[in-house]
Design a protein around this ligand. Structure first.
Ligand code: ADP
Length: 568
């Protein structure tokens, strides 16, 4: 209690019923406390985690020190199967099948039945189809068919061309679960996690029995009930999951050009999340964790199967533990918390005083965004780093994971960013947060006005403690290129960073994606030795905006991969 009184309150998490146990475990290990509804006040928490979405009132009443693990209604256009189909169709019409050809052709039934019938009767090559209810998950209600007389449905469904030539490992089909964090919608900032899951079907793949779901579906929720689940399967082993790291080793042994594969997957994520219409409002206190399901076919082309709004975080096997604990830790790091929360404590004191009369003492609702500041040095980007004192985090620092993070506890508050008009407002909030770490609250506790007023100490401090202007990026607001194992995949250069501010310029972004892909493709076609020689001889061109290539264990800079071009 004494700690709370003096402004050193531990961080508090609140879990809604059904929230994953791994979130509790990770936060308790980091010294957080669990919210106690009986003992604590309504707003006395820092992170509220719900598997399902939040109500509007949760977003409206959010306080400066609080974070939510979902954005308000922003991703339904990709997380519902039929909406995703419509969204990708629109993008494909606007920007072409070369870029948007990563989704199997799909029809929404019943409304597009006639259209489907036309394609079905004409298509000789696409003999196999998969039918999925639009609003179900975990493989529920899915079936395959070859003959249209087997198509029976009583709800809204999608019919999708079945990728009948999947890449197999020892005869077993698999898909990839890639974890993606949307740190901000406006500007759009996307991180992809280096670790993920490979999910296997537990019976060997054969088109001779379309009804055997253990052979055709890779959902764990189905395969864990299969007879072969516990058996030691050739190369795959027991169970039905690998980590992405293990898959990387597999690719190395196959002598596969994995860099291009990872880049294609990263493109799928970016292109899927681009939206033609401008983002509505910024929700700076919210992050979104999505699960992208990617199937790789026998020619190593990745296909997007679906996007999950609340990817499963239960831990049922060693691969789950290896992946999900780190994932949640890094996701928390992306939220820019300090190790203690004096800010929340102060907000509560202010709220108390507000209740007792003065309107001036109302806590300000936080207006900032959650960007981490850029990592300036190459050495930093290689290590696991998070930024503290983010220009717009509203909280003063990051509790970087003990695992492998570089903690910059004394990093100063950044100067307002040229791209973000809301920063002026945010600065006051940031100053207050820092204030509380430096000024014993005890002296101010009984004098409401002093609690709310910024001490002059702060004003001086703000002037003297600003980030150096980065002459390479000409900007101090670009997001960190790496936070834990989360790699920044969008924006990936200055052009996309600028095009993602306020109104998303999709045309420019798509153009940049295409340019980058072309450069990488030509670079990757050069044999490994030439690559090494070239990068050693310093021919590589470094971009001012340092982005990493998502995918490989030790991700190279994108500019290193594009040595043969003129920069990314
Ligand atoms: P759910 O949300 O029910 O998991 P998915 O679209 O992810 O639905 O499909 C479940 C599984 O079915 C996938 O993990 C994959 O193994 C298989 N699958 C789905 N669509 C296709 C497809 N078009 N081609 C091949 N396999 C598919």
């Amino acid at each position: 209690m004494a700690e709370r009184e003096y402004g050193f309150a531990p961080l508090v998490f609140r879990l809604h019923g059904g929230a994953p146990q791994v979130v509790r475990e990770v936060l308790l290990e980091r010294g957080w406390e669990e919210f106690d509804e009986e003992k604590q006040e309504e707003g006395d928490w820092n992170l509220y985690w719900r598997t399902s979405g939040f109500r509007n009132s949760h977003f409206e009443n959010i306080l400066p020190w609080q974070r939510l693990n979902h954005h308000p209604n922003k991703v339904t256009h990709v997380t519902r199967k039929d909406y995703l189909v419509r969204h990708l169709r629109r993008m494909k019409t606007a920007f072409g099948a070369t870029l948007y050809g990563f989704s199997p052709s799909t029809f929404i039934l019943p409304s597009e039945y006639i259209k489907f019938l036309g394609v079905y009767t004409q298509s000789h090559s696409s003999r196999y189809w998969i039918c999925k209810p639009v609003d179900l998950s975990r493989g529920r209600g899915i079936f395959l068919f070859e003959d249209i007389k087997d198509l029976v449905y009583d709800s809204s469904v999608i019919i999708q061309r079945y990728i009948s030539n999947p890449l197999l490992i020892s005869g077993y089909k698999f898909d990839l679960r890639i974890y993606v964090c949307i740190k901000s919608f406006s500007p759009l900032v996307i991180y992809m996690h280096q670790e993920g899951l490979v999910r296997f079907a537990t019976e060997k793949y054969t088109l001779a029995s379309l009804h055997n779901l253990y052979s055709h579906l890779t959902n764990t929720s189905i395969n864990r009930f299969g007879l072969c689940y516990a058996m030691d399967k050739e190369r795959v082993g027991r169970g039905c999951k690998w980590t992405l790291s293990k898959f990387r080793c597999f690719l190395h042994k196959q002598d596969v050009n994995e860099l291009l594969l990872w880049h294609k997957i990263s493109n799928i994520v970016t292109l899927t999340l681009l939206k033609g219409v401008p983002c509505i409002t910024s929700s700076p206190n919210c992050l979104e964790l999505l699960g992208f399901d990617i199937l790789i076919d026998s020619s190593y082309k990745p296909w997007l199967l679906e996007v999950n709004h609340s990817p499963a975080l239960s831990m049922n096997c060693a691969a789950d533990v290896a992946v999900k604990k780190g994932l949640i830790g890094d996701f928390i790091d992306l939220m820019n918390y300090s190790t203690i929360d004096s800010f929340r404590q102060k907000g509560h004191l202010r709220k108390k005083y507000t209740r007792s009369g003065s309107k001036d003492l109302q806590p300000k609702v936080f207006q900032g965004t959650l960007h981490a500041t850029p990592l300036r040095e190459r050495s930093c980007t290689r290590s696991i780093s998070t930024s503290l004192g983010s220009r717009d985090s509203g909280l003063c620092s990051v509790n970087a994971s003990a695992r492998n993070s570089t903690v910059h506890a004394n990093r100063p508050i950044s100067k307002p960013n040229s791209y973000d008009k809301s920063t002026e407002k945010e600065t006051a909030v940031e100053v207050e947060s820092d204030d509380l770490n430096l000024t014993p609250i005890s002296s101010a506790r009984n004098t409401p006005s002093s609690v709310c007023k910024l001490p002059s100490l702060y004003e001086n401090k703000l002037k003297s403690q600003i980030y150096d202007w980065d002459c390479r990026t000409q900007d101090r607001g670009v997001p960190a290129c790496r936070v834990g194992d989360f790699i920044l995949t969008f924006p990936f250069n200055e052009a996309t960073w600028k095009a993602s501010q306020e109104k998303l310029d999709v045309k420019v972004i798509v153009n940049e994606v295409q340019k980058l892909t072309n450069r990488l493709a030509s670079s990757f076609n050069v044999n490994e030795k030439m690559k090494r020689d070239s990068s050693q001889s310093g021919r590589k061109v470094r971009d001012k905006f340092e982005a990493l290539l998502w995918g490989p264990k030790d991700p190279p800079l994108l500019s290193e991969c594009c040595f043969s071009g003129s920069g990314v």
